[in-house]
Design a protein around this ligand. Structure first.
Ligand code: GDP
Length: 441
């Protein structure tokens, strides 16, 4: 995410290397680079210019202040604060008060509306303990209704649909009545999108909005489309006066322009960011964390939050017992792998850890390592999975054939697994090393 921007900004701060003072000259050089970096990230020139003007004012204003802080560090801090401001300053939550609360989802086709509807349903169910109903008001594409049906089942939300009805206003009103009758806490109304903005679409969604008076209207936009995303946001906002923005596909090769300029352009907060196709890959947007990430400082808070979401305390206790008894097997390992996978793809996770991006340099990390290990375990018989000590050469050969990998691959994995198992067992019986079990402190 935003790799290029991060690299270029880092380059801009290098201007100060070796300088002990903030001066008009080093500030000017650095600002020019920062402005270029922003424009290259698809931020509109006017916004970039205004941004660097503010940074300049603060930088020169701080010339004589903090002697203990190096100019480069000072500049990073100023830029971080300004990036946070540009993206909205504070995190703004979603308003879901009501009986039921109603959330309307708007955006172009393909922006990720339906996927987000599923993700939001899961989020409200898990984080706010709400009973969620989703409804598909797309009267043009039957496939859109099917897609939402699948997602609703996946996340455990109710769905209201009327495939024969061609009137989106009626469907939305009926869905809300259905939610009232069945004691749902919130209804999320997914709407039809078009490939580009057109009057008929705008009229249709404005009609739905006027009829149902939602608590929240969220505008979903594909962040990969850069300045186009911002322009589309403007058109939708002029017509709908929406409450917040959802940026999708931030996991892709996004330059960052949309995230950096949408708040400035429509003066509405970004409320959520979506970083993948999986239902769990949704984050509440925090401008300060995002600016830290852009500046390569990682986002350890979001990382820990994701980990906590996936962390199951009972499961952890069960594993601890198994490790102590040296019973940790391939099934347990696979379970752990799946928990890790739920947190997102490995590269985006690593990028959340401060300094990790730099430390990794050009080393390419992908999720295929996961899949390879998974394939090996899946080629084992249930007995082999439960009793790793049974592993023999002939078994390994069969496993290698089964998963289409070389015997070396299988050997290497099983050896690593054995080492890990031994290590964990050793540590589990030595509370001082593990920080768990008796004693404490
Ligand atoms: P809609 O037409 O606006 O309802 O868009 P969809 O929800 O059908 O999404 C369009 C495509 O984008 C689908 O293939 C989704 O899986 C994909 N998609 C949605 N959100 C994300 C995201 O955050 N990251 C990635 N990589 N793909 C996404």
């Amino acid at each position: 995410m935003f790799d290029n921007l991060s690299d270029r900004l880092e380059g801009a701060f290098k201007t100060f290397t070796g300088d002990n003072k903030i001066t008009e000259i080093n500030v000017a050089t650095s600002l020019k680079e920062i402005r270029r970096a922003l424009v290259a990230a698809d931020v509109n020139y006017k916004i970039a210019k205004e941004f660097t003007d503010k940074v300049k004012e603060k930088a020169l204003g701080s010339k004589n202040v903090l002697k203990a802080v190096k100019p480069g560090q000072m500049m990073v801090k100023i830029v971080q604060d300004e990036l946070t401001e540009l993206m909205g300053g504070q995190s703004v939550g979603i308003n879901v008060k009501g009986a039921p609360a109603v959330v309307l989802i708007a955006g172009l086709q393909g922006s990720g509306k339906t996927t987000f509807t599923g993700k939001l349903a899961l989020h409200l169910k898990e984080k706010r303990k709400m009973k969620v109903l989703v409804t598909a008001c797309d009267v043009y594409r039957p496939a859109a209704i099917d897609q939402l049906t699948v997602l609703s089942e996946q996340v455990g939300a109710g769905i209201y649909k009327e495939p024969e009805n061609k009137n989106p206003v009626e469907i939305a009103l009926n869905a809300i009545a259905h939610a009232q009758d069945n004691k749902y806490d919130v209804v999320i109304v997914d709407t039809a999108g078009r490939l580009s903005v057109d009057e008929a679409m705008m009229q249709e969604i404005a009609d739905v909005r006027d009829a149902i008076s939602p608590n929240e209207t969220l505008f979903v936009v594909d962040s990969m489309t850069g300045q186009d995303a911002v322009n589309t946001a403007k058109v939708f906002n002029d017509r709908l006066n929406f409450d917040g923005v959802v940026l999708t596909k931030l996991d892709g090769d996004t330059r960052g322009g949309a995230a950096l300029s949408v708040k400035y352009t429509v003066d509405k907060p970004i409320k959520f960011v979506s970083t993948g196709e999986k239902m769990e890959q949704l984050d509440v947007f925090h401008p300060d964390r995002m600016s830290q990430r852009i500046l390569g400082m990682g986002d350890i808070i979001s990382f820990v939050e994701r980990a906590q979401d996936q962390f199951d305390e009972d499961e952890a206790k069960r594993l601890e017992k198994r490790i102590k008894k040296n019973k940790f097997d391939f099934n347990d390992f696979l379970g752990q792998l799946n928990q890790l996978k739920k947190m997102g793809d490995i590269k985006s996770l690593l990028n959340m850890i401060p300094g990790m991006k730099k430390a990794m340099g050009d080393i390419e990390i992908d999720n295929s390592a996961f899949s390879r290990v998974e394939a090996i375990i899946q080629s084992m018989t249930p007995t082999e999975r439960a009793q790793p000590e049974l592993m023999s050469m002939s078994r390994k050969k069969r496993i290698a054939r089964g998963c289409g990998q070389t015997i070396d691959d299988v050997n290497r994995f099983i050896k690593q697994f054995d080492q890990m198992r031994k290590m964990m067992h050793k540590m589990s019986n030595n509370p001082a090393m593990m920080g768990m079990g008796g004693g404490g402190g």
